[in-house]
Design a protein around this ligand. Structure first.
Ligand code: TEU
Length: 631
C-alpha cells in the first residue's frame, strides 16, 4: 500500500502511522523512558509537525525535523494489514542454537575453539533438541573483531580448521537431521581483504569503487559519523590522500553496495556456500548496507540521543529493500535458503517491511528493542525489569501479524548474560534461568538459544581490563579513561562487555571447564566448577534438563509453535500469564516476573501442571516461578 508524502502540515498521528515514523517515535520514547501515551493522547496526536517544531525548536533544532521527514518519506510502502494464516515452514518450527566457535570447544589444545571441537559436541546439541545451528563467522580473518572482519570469504580461519573440516561438520550436522546456517558479514570486509589491499597498492584499481572512499576539504574526516567502536568512522590513507569509511573497527571497511559489482560478487559468494549445502544465513548488520547518497553529515540531535553520529543515513537506507530482494532472488531463492537479518535499531513496523512473506526480502530479523529496559543502554549498570520484556513481547505477539514471524532471543555473542541483567543474586539463578527458558520456548516465534544459556550462564567476574579481549570493550575503555578514573571506566565496561558471552563454554569441572587442554584465549572464573554441562546432564532438575524438556514439549505440541497467543491480565505488574491455543489443544503459562511472592492465578485451578521450575507445590507463586499447564 502506498501513502502520501509527509510534510510539516502532517499530524503526529500521521507520523506515527508511517512505519518508520512509528518505530522512530517508539524508540525515542524508549530512549527517553516515556510512555506511548505521549504521542497517542488526543491532543498531541492531532498536533501538526509545524507546531511540534515551534515547541521543541530550542531542544531539538529545526534540522532534526528535516532529517526525520526525509527518512520517513524514503519509505513509500506500508505493511499490509490483516493477512490471516501463517504458512508453515521448517524454520518456524525449529529451535536454533548459536555457536560462537572461538569459545565453544577446542579439539587441538591451542586454546581456541574449532570446527572439530564443534563436531565432537553435535550429539550433545541433538540430545538437547536443537534443530538448527547458527555458526558465528568461521571465515579467514585477522580477528580484529573475532571473525566479523573477513579477509577471505572462500576460506576457513586456520585456527578453526580447514575446508575439509567444515565439509565434515556440515555432513555431520545433516546426518543428525539438523541444519546449519552461516554468518554472512557483508556490510564490511577486513582491511586485509584482497579487494581493499588492491586499492592501497593501486589507487586506480576498480576495487576503489568497492569501498566508501572520500576526499576531505581539510585535515579532518569527510563527515562527523562515528564508529560503533569509538571515535571517527573514517581512516585516512596517505597513499591515496583519501579517507575510507568503517562503521565498526578500524579494520572493518564498509563496502559500497551501490556498486553493482560488489553486489554481484557477494551474491556469487553466497551461491558458492549454498552449493556446498549450507541451509541459510544470519546476515550481520544487514540493515546498514545502503548508505544515503553523498554520505551527509549526521544530525547533531540524533547523534546525541543515540550516542552515534550519522546513523539516520544508513540504518534504513534508501536502497535497502532493493538490495535485499536482489540477494533473495539471485542467491537465496534458487536454494530455498533461510535468512535471518541482524537489524539493530529497527522496530516492529520496519521489521514487517523487511520480513513479511509477501515482500520477498528476509525471512526473519533480530530486532533489539527488548534487550535494555527503557532509558538504558548496554553499558549502564542497572537492573533489567522483566515487566518491560513482557510488554514488548505482548506487543509483538499481538501486532506482528500472520505474514511475519518473530525471532525469540535474549542473548548472543554481543550481549551480557540475561540472568545477570535481571538479578545477579545467586539464590535466584536457577529459577530465573528456567523462567527465561519457559518464556522463550512457549511463545510464538523461533527461539534462538545462545551457547551456555541452556546451563544458566551468568556474567564473569573479570578482574581487570587485561582479562578482556573484545575490541569494543578495549576501545571504549581507552576512551573512558581520558575522562574518568580507571576504576569507573572498568566498572562501566563490566556492565556491558560482550566478553561476558564469549568466555569458554563450561563443559565439566575439569581444567578450563573442559573447553581446552591448552591455555584458553579468554579466561573463565571459578563458576564452571558448579555450573557445567556434565553436572547438569546428571541432574534431572537442572536448567539444562528444563530446556530439554521444554524443547521436547514444543516439538510434541503444535499449540506451542503455531498456536494462537492470548495474554491474560496484561496490566498486572510482575505477572505474565498467557494461553497458547491450537485446535483442541490449549496451554496456560503463568510466570512471576519478580523476586517476591505473588498470589497464584485463579485461572490455573483445575489445569494439569506439566512443568514448573519449582518441584514442591505451594500456595503462593514463588520468586520467578514459571508454570506450564495443560488446559
Ligand atoms: O553487531 C552489530 C551491532 O550493531 C551490535 O550488536 C554491536 O555488537 C555493538 O552493539 C555495537 O555497539 C554485529 C555482530 O554481531 C558483532 O559481533 C560485530 O562486531 C558487528 O556486527 C560488526 O560486524
Amino acid at each position: 500500500m502506498k501513502r502520501n508524502k509527509l510534510n510539516y502540515n502532517s499530524k503526529i498521528k500521521d507520523i506515527y502511522a508511517n512505519p518508520i515514523g512509528h518505530d522512530v517515535l517508539y524508540k525515542l520514547l524508549l530512549q527517553l523512558n516515556k510512555s506511548e501515551k505521549l504521542v497517542t493522547n488526543p491532543i498531541i496526536k492531532n498536533l501538526s509537525l509545524k507546531t511540534v517544531v515551534s515547541l521543541t525548536q530550542k531542544s531539538l533544532g529545526t534540522e532534526f525535523f528535516d532529517v526525520l521527514l526525509e527518512l520517513l518519506n524514503s519509505e513509500g510502502e506500508y505493511p499490509r494489514t490483516a493477512q490471516k494464516g501463517t504458512k508453515p515452514t521448517w524454520w518456524k518450527e525449529a529451535v536454533f542454537y548459536q555457536i560462537y566457535p572461538r569459545s565453544f570447544m577446542d579439539s587441538d589444545g591451542d586454546g581456541i575453539g574449532d570446527i572439530k571441537g564443534i563436531i565432537s559436541k553435535l550429539d550433545y546439541l541433538k540430545e538437547l533438541g536443537v534443530d538448527a545451528i547458527w555458526l558465528s563467522p568461521i571465515y579467514d580473518s585477522p580477528n580484529d573483531d573475532n571473525g566479523y572482519d573477513i579477509r577471505d570469504y572462500y576460506d576457513i580461519m586456520s585456527e578453526f580448521g580447514t575446508m575439509e573440516d567444515f565439509e565434515r561438520l556440515l555432513a555431520e550436522v545433516h546426518k543428525r537431521g539438523m541444519k546449519l546456517i552461516m554468518d554472512l558479514v557483508v556490510n564490511h570486509t577486513s582491511d586485509e581483504h584482497t579487494w581493499f589491499q588492491e586499492v592501497i597498492k593501486k589507487p586506480e584499481s576498480k576495487y576503489k569503487e568497492y569501498y566508501l572512499f572520500q576526499k576531505s576539504k581539510d585535515e579532518n574526516p569527510p563527515n562527523n559519523w562515528t564508529s560503533f567502536f569509538s571515535g571517527t568512522a573514517w581512516n585516512y590513507y596517505k597513499e591515496l590522500d583519501e579517507w575510507a569509511l568503517h562503521l565498526f573497527s578500524k579494520k572493518q571497511m564498509d563496502l559500497n553496495w551501490d556498486n553493482e559489482n560488489v553486489r554481484k560478487d557477494i551474491q556469487k559468494m553466497i551461491r558458492w556456500w549454498l552449493t556446498k549445502g549450507v541451509d541459510g544465513f544470519r546476515l550481520d548488520v544487514i540493515n546498514y548496507i545502503s548508505k544515503r547518497e553523498g554520505l551527509p553529515w549526521g544530525n547533531k540531535t540524533v547523534g546525541e540521543l543515540m550516542g552515534y553520529y550519522g546513523i539516520e543515513n544508513y540504518y534504513y537506507g534508501p536502497n535497502l529493500h532493493k538490495y535485499l530482494r536482489e540477494i533473495r532472488a539471485e542467491a537465496f531463492e534458487p536454494f530455498q535458503a533461510f535468512s535471518v537479518g541482524e537489524t539493530p535499531g529497527v522496530g516492529m513496523e520496519m521489521s514487517k517491511l523487511l520480513t513479511a512473506d509477501y515482500r520477498q526480502e528476509l525471512d526473519m530479523v533480530f530486532s533489539f528493542d527488548h534487550l535494555e529496559t527503557p532509558g538504558h543502554v548496554r553499558f549502564d549498570d542497572y537492573q533489567y525489569d522483566l515487566n518491560y520484556l513482557k510488554e514488548y513481547l505482548i506487543h509483538w505477539m499481538e501486532h506482528y501479524g500472520d505474514a511475519c514471524w518473530m525471532s525469540l532471543f535474549y542473548e548472543n555473542h554481543d550481549n551480557p548474560r540475561m540472568i545477570s541483567k535481571v538479578n545477579n543474586n545467586p539464590a535466584f539463578r536457577e529459577p530465573l534461568a528456567k523462567l527465561l527458558a519457559m518464556i522463550q520456548l512457549t511463545l510464538k516465534g523461533t527461539p534462538f538459544i545462545f551457547q551456555g544459556q541452556e546451563i544458566g550462564s551468568v556474567n564473569k567476574t573479570f578482574q581487570s581490563i587485561n582479562d578482556l579481549r573484545d575490541v569494543e570493550s578495549i576501545n571504549l575503555y581507552k576512551e573512558l579513561i581520558e575522562k574518568s578514573s580507571a576504576e569507573n571506566a572498568f566498572q562501566k565496561i563490566l556492565s556491558g562487555s560482550r566478553d561476558h558471552a564469549r568466555t569458554p563454554m563450561q563443559w565439566n569441572n575439569k581444567k578450563n571447564a573442559g573447553f581446552t587442554e591448552g591455555s584458553p584465549w579468554i579466561g573463565t572464573d571459578e563458576d564452571y566448577r558448579e555450573w557445567n554441562v556434565e553436572k547438569q546432564l546428571e541432574n534431572g532438575d537442572s536448567v539444562l534438563n528444563f530446556y530439554k524438556h521444554l524443547i521436547q514439549l514444543r516439538k510434541e505440541h503444535k499449540a506451542l509453535t503455531y498456536g494462537e497467543f492470548e495474554a491474560v491480565n496484561k496490566k498486572k505488574k510482575d505477572r505474565f500469564t498467557y494461553y497458547r491455543k491450537w485446535e483442541k489443544e490449549e496451554f496456560f503459562i503463568e510466570c512471576n516476573l519478580s523476586n517476591s511472592t505473588l498470589r497464584r492465578s485463579s485461572k490455573a485451578v483445575g489445569y494439569e501442571l506439566i512443568l514448573s521450575n519449582y518441584s514442591e507445590p505451594a500456595k503462593e507463586l514463588r520468586p520467578y516461578e514459571a508454570n506450564l499447564y495443560k488446559v
